[in-house]
Design a protein. Structure first.
Lengths: 194, 194
DNA sequence: GTCTATACACCGATAGAC
DNA sequence: GTCTATCGGTGTATAGAC
């Protein structure tokens, strides 16, 4: 009962291996090199088989992002349930998947509607989770209405994390230490101790 | 005296038109579509001529970024000399060139060493200018050692501006109003009035 | 400066055998 | 499921005429 439609199961070993290959290619060579032939080569099969598992290259791209997105949201969910959620959510953000791959997906999302929908859903869901962590910590810290709305703090922190990763990937580090220090003490004030 | 080397002058009308075409293609179709044939088509010449003005496509890409980079740094320089430099520098950041094009250059920089060097120089130079504006404003506001180091504020603000532009380009706006409000009042506190 | 023409490789996608 | 074979199209880059 492996197949009752015209295509192979996405969850199959070969299909997963193709998604692995797609990640590697995006990270190391960019979306310009993400071709059915290159995916087949890295997977150790013939090009034709890629079109057995994925109807089009666009579909393969969307599935690659979706798998990463699910993993990342699971990591965020785990962080939210931890001892010091704010610290742990920040750790997830600053150790997020390779920034080169992120850059490729950002660029691709502008011209692949299916991918764009997935990226939008991911951004909004992860922002919601970050806001939840911030709201709880701010409430626990016992301030009234904070000068910094949680959602603004979430954008500031997540965009700064992305910027640090992106710049580090090309060799820029100006101000990174100071920035990490500011975030660290902001978290330390809201969520002290262990 | 138009040519005494093997290639056309970059500053010529045709060469500039090719850079214009490259910008349009990057913005609307992505780097995968930035080909010598497409540049020639948009410029209204034959493909062969692109290689008269640029030795390789990589060189054309670097020159396209450099021209944009120079323009952006000039805008920042102008903002620094204005009446309310902090406000004006922020306006430059939040109205910076198309975020789709930026995404393409980010992705390309990972695999084009010449472009990477230009991107690094641009980031560091613009950060220096932003820090200068912040330091002056913080000094004028007459605080002691600020809790927020100017370089950290520069990263926070510029990365948030990029994030807002990037997300708006794909249709996300969650928290943007709150964030813009936070930045606006931060600037208003450091640089009140007109 | 700008052109025609071309070499050679690679692309997405499909037909159909086993 | 996986393969061979193939279609029509596009890519970078170059040779050389005018």
């Amino acid at each position: 009962m492996a197949t009752n439609r015209r295509m192979g199961q996405k969850g199959s070993a070969v299909g997963s291996a193709m998604l692995d290959a797609a990640e590697t290619i995006l990270r190391e060579e960019g979306y310009g090199a993400l071709t059915s032939r290159r995916v087949a080569e890295l997977t150790g099969v013939k090009q034709r088989l890629v079109y057995y598992y994925f109807a089009t290259m666009d579909e393969l791209i969307v599935d690659t992002f979706r798998r990463l997105s699910v993993r990342e949201l699971e990591r965020l969910g785990g962080a939210l349930g931890g001892e010091r959620p704010l610290r742990e959510v920040w750790d997830v953000c600053i150790h997020t998947g390779d920034s080169r791959m992120i850059a490729e997906f950002m660029a691709l999302a502008h011209r692949n509607a299916g991918l764009r929908a997935e990226v939008i859903a991911f951004i909004e869901q992860s922002r919601r989770m970050q806001v939840a962590a911030l709201e709880r910590a701010m409430t626990a810290a016992g301030k009234g209405t904070p000068a910094l709305p949680p959602v603004a703090a979430a954008i500031l922190a997540s965009s700064a994390a992305l910027a640090v990763l992106r710049e580090a990937a090309i060799g820029v580090e100006m101000g990174h230490a100071e920035l990490l220090d500011v975030i660290g003490s902001f978290i330390g004030r809201l969520e002290p101790g262990g």
